[in-house]
Ligand binder design. Structure first.
Ligand code: NAP
Length: 281
């Protein structure tokens, strides 16, 4: 009898932040982690964190907006390891600008990284997961995937889009044994703020933007650590009792509660799963 193979997790955007720590947490918990980043030379922090935890990681290049490269990577993992069992769509980038300040190129760029990339990777891993009748796809959205926030129109719009796509897919995928969910962090101390795409200062919105940025910097002063947010991602992925919607902290749960009555997603899914319950697969 052949031994069962080690579960393989593919995670995006692991050069920093919660993706980096989620990769370490998942490897520590026994998965073979394919940790991807645009430039593996920027993987020194991840390599150091993994070495400190006592293991090495399988680090590979992936710009998630390059859909052909994503297809090649998933095919390579399938050939080498027999499949992707866990996909964590983590790579993302913020944008601070109100509608009038945004160019359509910036809106498209937000959709490319925060929405189309997770959709593409999800489509790539689904056939294998469906055939094996097992798998987990977790997308890191944001509290901004449930609550619209000033000066975050393009970012929140893209994160809402991921939540809509994944919530629609969840009841279909589960019929083939594939678990689909989203996880919503609030403020997390990472490279996120430094990496945000920002509007130029000045103009009619300046007083409002200044007020928003002051509030935001207060909120980031007490941000959740990226280590803890990464652990929350790993916990969700490995949970026996999976749910559609997760948050990485109590603060995030309280915040999405402003918009959501269905904090864990079970209310919607228990209704929509009835719509396809007559189909036998
Ligand atoms: N920090 C927060 O407060 C917060 C709150 C809610 C949600 N989130 C979400 O959490 C996720 C992780 O963010 P974080 O806070 O850990 O921020 P981060 O430290 O900036 O990490 C984001 C990662 O995404 C990568 N990335 C950017 N563009 C990419 C691309 N085209 N292809 C592949 N990777 C790319 C970055 O790597 P390189 O630039 O090195 O390639 C980086 O490693 C994101 O989806 C973000 O929207 C963050």
């Amino acid at each position: 009898m052949t031994a069962p193979r080690t579960d393989v997790a593919l995670i995006t955007g692991t050069s920093s932040g919660m993706g980096m720590h989620a990769a370490v947490h998942l490897a520590r918990r026994g998965l073979h982690v394919v940790a991807t980043m645009r430039d593996p030379q920027r993987g020194e922090r991840l390599r150091a964190a993994a070495a400190e935890a006592g293991f090495t990681l399988d680090i590979r290049a992936l710009d998630v907006t390059d859909h052909a490269a994503a297809a090649d990577l998933v095919a390579a993992i399938e050939a080498e390891h027999g499949g992707v069992d866990v996909l964590v769509n983590n790579a993302g980038r913020g944008n601070v600008a109100t509608a009038e300040q945004l160019t359509m190129e910036q809106v498209r760029a937000q959709l490319e990284i925060n929405y189309l990339a997770p959709v593409n990777l999800t489509k790539l891993v689904l056939p294998g997961m469906r055939q094996r009748r097992r798998g987990t796809i977790l997308s890191v959205t944001s509290v901004g995937g449930a609550v619209g926030q000033p000066f975050a129109e393009a970012y929140c719009g893209a994160k809402f889009a991921v939540e809509g796509f994944m919530q629609s897919l969840a009841v279909v995928a589960e019929r083939f044994g594939v678990r689909v969910g989203v996880i919503e962090p609030a403020a997390v101390a990472s490279d996120f703020v430094a990496n945000v795409d920002r509007a130029e200062r000045g103009g009619p919105y300046e007083p409002l933007l200044a007020a928003y940025l002051a509030r935001s910097s207060n909120s980031f002063a007490t941000a959740q650590s990226a280590v803890d947010a990464g652990a929350a991602i790993a916990d969700a992925v490995l949970a026996d009792a999976f749910r559609f919607r997760w948050q990485t902290s109590e603060r995030a749960t309280a915040f999405v509660g402003l918009s959501l009555a269905d904090i864990d997603g079970e209310g919607v899914l228990s209704a929509t799963r009835q719509w396809i319950s007559d189909g036998i697969v």
